[in-house]
Design a binder for this molecule. Structure first.
Ligand SMILES: NC(=O)c1ccc[n+]([C@@H]2O[C@H](COP(=O)([O-])OP(=O)(O)OC[C@H]3O[C@@H](n4cnc5c(N)ncnc54)[C@H](O)[C@@H]3O)[C@@H](O)[C@H]2O)c1
Ligand SMILES: [Zn+2]
Length: 362
């Protein structure tokens, strides 16, 4: 088992990463008589709910659970309210603990419930998708969507512990695993050349879900994100680097309609566009662009634009991105593999050229 500590002043918390942690009652920071509300969905519950309940009851814990409907479209105030209703009906007080058991959607809703129920109760995150293990479980962002905007209602709220059991990835659809690998590759590309090289050597093991490779990979990603977040908790500087490929990717997600390409798939193609643009600007070498492309392809990720999207379709969406400041496009680009920076007001003609480089008809 590995442990990464997220250092946020007085809100320090550990992330445990191992294989078989869920069934081991010693993994949980819970004592005899504690009350717990597990928040999950039917998809995840069928595999892991009984295991978690069994382990917690072995610790002498009183366990309730609530099932939310599965999917991003249920990341709503209605789902949040289902949690509050379950807590109130069960007479849960200030001293209860909410356990989020599921992917990023469950983590974000249950996290916000913990931040706001009776002004805040203890939260334990058990992320079960690769994306949630390497991304949403670090940084303390919680939220639900509003019909007028994604993640518009939420809070920063840190868990008291994150428990990552790599065995949970065995039941995750392969496409979701690969989408998570896009964010993994992103960490190497923006901040850690050594990790990028490690990924080139071990990507096949990760795709095949080897526990040791996964443990190393997840802990490295959590460490990188934790360092960035600790330097920049409120997202003013460094944290922007985590958006490599995301402005292009959001254009794809919006154009195709949410859910057609997974977020990680859109980010994968978006990273190729950012790399092509960086190469055009004279920063990263062609050889490094092709190393990134090879690595993404080995993780079965797309590296070119969807065939239903034209290069001209991107910029209008990109200019509506929340990272646009005073009408100026802000893009995360690469100086080299392992070194990203934020570019302000890049020439739109160059951006369009880069998108063309990553279009299938080329
Ligand atoms: N808080 C943050 O910092 C942060 C960061 C990134 C993303 N997010 C949020 O995360 C969400 C996306 O998360 P996601 O990609 O994990 O998607 P998700 O939570 O929708 O999970 C994807 C699918 O896999 C299922 N699933 C989860 N674990 C499984 C398992 N072990 N076996 C089988 N099926 C399983 C889920 O039920 C769902 O159907 C978005 O809402 C996004 O806004 C938050
Ligand atoms: Zn992302």
């Amino acid at each position: 088992m590995l442990c990464v500590n997220v250092e946020l002043q007085e809100r320090r918390y550990p992330i445990l990463i191992g294989s078989g942690l869920l069934q081991d009652e010693r993994s949980y920071p819970i004592k005899h008589g504690d009350r717990v509300m597990i928040v999950t969905n039917p998809t995840v519950a069928q595999f892991y709910l009984d295991t978690v309940i069994y382990a917690l009851e072995k610790r002498g814990c009183v366990v309730d659970h609530v099932l939310l409907p599965d999917g991003e479209k249920y990341k709503t105030l209605e789902s949040l309210n289902l949690i509050f209703t379950a807590l109130l009906q069960g007479n849960h007080g200030r001293d209860t603990t909410i356990i989020a058991l599921g992917g990023g959607v469950i983590g974000d809703i249950a996290g916000f419930a913990a931040a706001s129920y009776q002004r805040g109760v203890r939260l334990i995150q058990i992320p079960t998708t690769l994306l949630s293990q390497v991304d949403s479980s670090v940084g303390g962002k919680t939220a639900v969507n509003h019909e007028l905007g994604k993640n518009m209602i939420g809070a920063f709220y840190q868990p008291s512990m994150v428990i990552i059991d790599t065995l949970t990835l065995n039941t995750l659809p392969k496409r979701e695993v690969n989408a998570g690998l896009a964010e993994v590759i992103k960490y190497g590309a923006i901040l850690d050349y050594e990790f990028f090289e490690w990924l080139e050597q071990h990507i096949d093991e990760l795709v095949a879900l080897h526990p040791e490779a996964l443990q190393h990979c997840i802990s490295r990603c959590c460490q990188i994100k934790a360092d960035v977040v600790a330097r920049d908790e409120t997202e003013k500087g460094d944290r922007a680097l985590l958006n490599l490929g995301h402005t292009f990717g959001h254009a794809i997600e919006t154009h195709l309609g949410y859910g057609n390409w997974l977020h990680g798939e859109a980010v994968s193609t978006g990273m190729m566009m950012a790399a092509a643009l960086s190469e055009e600007l004279g920063d990263i070498s062609i050889a490094d662009v092709s190393r990134l492309e090879k690595l993404l392809a080995r993780a079965n990720l797309p590296t070119v634009s969807p065939d239903t999207m034209q290069p001209e379709d991107y910029l209008p969406h990109m200019m509506r991105d929340k990272k646009v400041l005073a009408g100026k496009l802000r893009l995360v680009l690469l100086k080299s593999l392992g070194q990203a920076y934020v570019a302000n007001d890049t020439d739109h003609t160059l951006v369009l050229n880069a998108i063309r480089c990553c279009t299938q008809t080329d």
